[in-house]
Design a protein around this ligand. Sequence first.
Ligand code: CTP
Length: 389
Amino acid sequence: MLSGKTVLVGITGGIAAYKICELIRMYKRANAQVLVVCTPNALNFVTKLTLQNLSKNNVAVDEFEVKDFNPEHISYADRADIMVIAPATANTISKIASGVCDNLLTSIACAFTKPIIIAPAMNCNMWENPVIQENLNKLHCEILEPESGYLACGYEGKGRLCSLDKIFDKTVEILKYKPLNGKKIVITSGGTIEDIDPVRYISNYSSGKMGLALADTAKNFGADVTLITTKDVSRTYNVIKVKSALDMKSTVEKEFDNADCIIMAAAVADYRVKEISSRKMKKTEDDEITLTLVKNPDILKDLCGRKKNSKPLIIGFCAESENLIENAKEKISKKGCDYLIANDISRTDIGFGSDYNEVTILDKNGGMKKLERADKKTIARKIFEEIYG
Ligand code: CTP
């Protein structure tokens, strides 16, 4: 199954490290070349000799044990098709999220531009610590969440390494399944920011998470990705930061001719302030002030109007707080896009700001497909599978 592929297994210092011996055997049985890198603490749980025997390769631990001309972290990052960090401790997750490169494993992760799978395992209270959750959210990796059960520390809760089958299947899925190979995908995300004066603006609650999940997934599926976003995002693919709707429009338009697919996941402000004050507006004696707003261009509609033949495929999003499907049907025909992904923003358990979503995909021919509530990465994967699968 994995012939010709190189899997770099990264092991950190947690009790579940012993299970990774079996994972290495699974990769070997599938004909993968396996490279192993351990943090120094991992070797308290599993020996170098065992890992060397199973992987049939040297096991790397020390950054400064130079064997050839190439800097080791870069050479490993170049040689592997995927990096699988399992078990990933809270410590290593936090270091990778912060760009700390204090050992060979974290240095490789920092230099790694191909897909990374992270399978955390830790005490349940550590897993639930908001700092760890925040750090996990920063990572542009495939996170395989721990399972619940009896933990080695004596607690019961969420923290056990997920099953080895799950890690193995995800590795195969990422390495084999490349439905977007060779495609140039442009995605917008985040809420646009419309200035009022140098210190104030009009915006919306869009977190940019859905667009980011789509961009990360497209990258994993082999696409050449450009993310145009109003948020601070750091990724190995092309990210262009924009602010206002007008900025976003001119930036997307520059990408139009080369794009195979454009996904407008951004929440674009429908109106902007007519005259942006160059100085901070002062309070007046009046109890009311009036801001005049002018309509922003409808980027999605304009892009659809520019389309010649069938390229690019254009996908819109539709945020509704009532009559979701009815409004979505009207919107897809008004805008002229190929697909419209409709989500209900009145629900607090999905959509704006949440890590979860539940959407209905509408196509221009009247077809409809509902994707049940799931985390935004899963929703992103299913959207691409529906459209390109
Ligand atoms: N959109 C856009 N330009 C705008 C407004 C919206 O390109 N000025 C895009 C969004 O990125 C999204 C789709 O149009 O893909 C639908 O956005 P939505 O906010 O749901 O609809 P609107 O067209 O703004 O209509 P309304 O606010 O009346 O629901």
